[in-house]
Design a protein around this ligand. Structure first.
Ligand code: SF4
Ligand code: SF4
Length: 177
């Protein structure tokens, strides 16, 4: 899928599961291909401050209103059980082996940066979540100041890279846990 097709697909309301899988891969390549390489794989990091391994839980928390990095970088924002209106969502349809149809709600992506369609403003500058009161549970659970938050902020250049010593120490702690 090329960039033009991806732009067209942001305008659609319904996708098949197969189409969505392709969209997911393309979004991942588009977004992460433009970021600084994450120094530590974000998959391994905590979403909550209380479970931090790298960042001191008592350290000052970054301000989400001048960031938005997680809303831009994490590609699949599952909106199940939220009351976000349909113009911000893709309905992803699938048919099971026994012929049953199921639909999943996923936040669409905006142009030109393919951040979450709920995000207003420019990443790293001034941002807000336009569906804040109805935001999905995964957004509610993701905490500013968590190890994963800091990692994605570094990938966007919003905060400085870890030094080599800090990175070695971080990897040591992650391996120990
Ligand atoms: S990456 Fe962290 S600081 Fe930035 S918006 Fe997300 S939670 Fe807030
Ligand atoms: S719904 Fe709001 S908080 Fe969640 S990813 Fe989108 S902009 Fe961010």
């Amino acid at each position: 899928m090329d960039h033009k097709q991806l732009v067209q697909i942001t305008k659609r309301g319904t996708l098949s599961r197969e189409e969505f899988a392709e969209v997911e891969n393309t979004l991942y390549e588009f977004i992460w291909g433009r970021l600084f390489p994450p120094q530590i794989l974000t998959d391994d990091l905590s979403n909550t401050v209380s479970e931090n391994v790298i960042t001191d839980p008592a350290a000052p928390k970054p301000d989400c209103k001048t960031c938005g990095a997680c809303c831009a970088a994490f590609v699949v924002v599952d909106a199940e059980n939220s009351s976000i209106t349909s113009e911000k969502l893709w309905a992803v349809d699938s048919i099971s082996d026994n012929g049953e149809r199921a639909t999943k709600s996923i936040l669409r992506r905006r142009e030109p940066d393919f951040a979450c369609a709920g995000l207003a403003g420019e990443v790293g500058d001034e941002v807000s979540c336009t569906v804040y009161d109805n935001r999905p549970s995964m957004c509610r659970k993701f905490e500013a100041g968590s190890d994963r938050c800091h990692a994605v902020r570094r990938a966007y250049g919003i905060e400085p890279f870890l030094t080599t010593d800090e990175m070695l120490e971080a990897n040591r702690k992650l391996t120990e846990d």
